[in-house]
Design a binder for this molecule. Structure first.
Ligand SMILES: NC(=O)c1ccc[n+]([C@@H]2O[C@H](COP(=O)([O-])OP(=O)(O)OC[C@H]3O[C@@H](n4cnc5c(N)ncnc54)[C@H](OP(=O)(O)O)[C@@H]3O)[C@@H](O)[C@H]2O)c1
Length: 333
């Protein structure tokens, strides 16, 4: 099969389109013919050994796919050949075939395209788990989403709006701002592309000025770095600061801040939640697919590329150039 393999770590990621063996499957796994693969920020990290998971090389990146089941292990029940599925694979998705544990599959209804199926669960699953399971979002609360035009960010905007929150996005350019407003945010403001270059006081003033007295009950932080402390200084009393990601660097917070704000700083790790709480995760994911099927969610896929250009897809994410999602079409359907 064809696969985009990461051989060694260097400045170019060392990704090469190669021919390799199809994966074998365990008794509780299925083999999936990959039709499309969604690109996520962790793909930029895993190929540099900077992610929580470090697969043995060579491996193909690609943590979420849509496709059809072509084979199944003898202990797999409830799934059949030719079923359309979404699979969270952690890696291996930028290849013509990938294996996946059967209990991590979600059925992909015929009415949802393979591209939409591949660019959905990782971001919406994370945002839903963060806002509801960890953040206990209630209607009419104010939610501030940092990095609001990225994959997880736009999903958070849509899901918070769907729960009748007042949603404010924060992004680094006008194109991203427009996308956030189109996805339903009530407000969106710009912050500097490199916040760390400003003095600490000016950073927090940006948030205070832009929020104009509307303190967020939830801050959904997928950016980290110098943005986190500046944002948390504006949080409402008893707010929830959701720690989701760090493309801007791992933030350090003075612990007097959560004390003064009476707020919670809550870690969100969807991958481990998916491993440890499969039944609850399945419930979340089936709910999200129903919202997608009925048109209540409209994921923004801004770029679709072929497998031969998948390295470019990962690089665009790294360069902060993506609005919503990039999806790689791996095979014809
Ligand atoms: N905790 C979990 O369970 C979980 C699950 C999935 C993903 N994540 C994490 O969530 C984050 C977002 O993932 P994603 O797939 O949505 O990525 P994405 O589509 O690339 O979006 C990330 C956003 O962060 C901002 N950003 C990127 N690089 C930055 C930098 N160097 N400094 C400041 N801002 C930067 C950009 O927005 P602006 O340019 O507008 O600032 C970008 O739109 C990643 O860190 C990822 O690892 C966590």
């Amino acid at each position: 099969m064809k696969a985009l393999l990461s051989g060694k770590i260097d400045d170019r990621f060392s990704l090469n389109l190669q021919t390799t063996d199809e994966p074998t499957i365990e008794d509780d796994e299925v083999l999936i013919k990959v039709i499309a693969c969604g690109i996520n920020y962790p793909d930029t990290l895993i190929i540099k050994d900077q992610y929580q998971i470090r697969p043995k090389r060579p491996f193909a990146p690609g943590g979420e796919v849509s496709g059809i089941i072509v084979n199944k292990g003898k202990n797999v029940i409830g799934w059949h050949e030719n079923d359309r599925v979404i699979a969270i694979t952690s890696y291996g998705g930028l290849a013509e075939y990938v294996s996946c544990k059967a209990d991590k599959l979600v059925k992909l209804p015929n009415s949802i395209s393979m591209a939409n199926g591949a660019g959905f669960l990782f971001t919406y699953g994370t945002a839903y788990h963060a806002l509801h399971d960890r953040g206990r979002l209630t209607p009419n609360e104010t939610v501030l989403v940092l990095g609001a035009a990225g994959g997880v960010g736009l999903a958070a905007v849509e899901l918070a709006k769907a729960h009748d929150a007042y949603v404010i996005g924060a992004v680094s350019d006008d194109l991203k701002k427009n996308a956030v407003l189109e996805s339903g945010a009530d407000q969106c403001f710009l912050y500097p592309k490199n916040m760390v270059e400003l003095p600490a006081k000016s950073r927090s003033e940006i948030f205070k000025e832009q929020l104009a007295g509307r303190s967020p009950n939830i801050i959904f932080d997928i950016v980290g770095g110098a943005y986190s402390e500046a944002a948390i200084r504006s949080i409402a009393w008893e707010g929830r600061f959701l720690i989701v990601g760090f493309p801007g660097g791992i933030a350090k917070l003075p612990l007097n801040l959560p004390l003064l704000k009476g707020c919670e700083c809550t870690g969100v790790f969807w991958g481990t939640f998916f491993e440890k709480s499969r039944a609850k995760a399945r419930e979340n994911h089936e709910h999200l697919v129903r919202l997608l099927e009925t048109g209540k969610l409209k994921p923004k896929i801004s770029t679709v590329l072929g497998l031969e250009n998948a390295e470019e897809a990962i690089e665009r994410l790294k360069r902060r150039q993506v609005v919503g999602k990039v999806v790689v079409m791996v095979s014809h359907y």
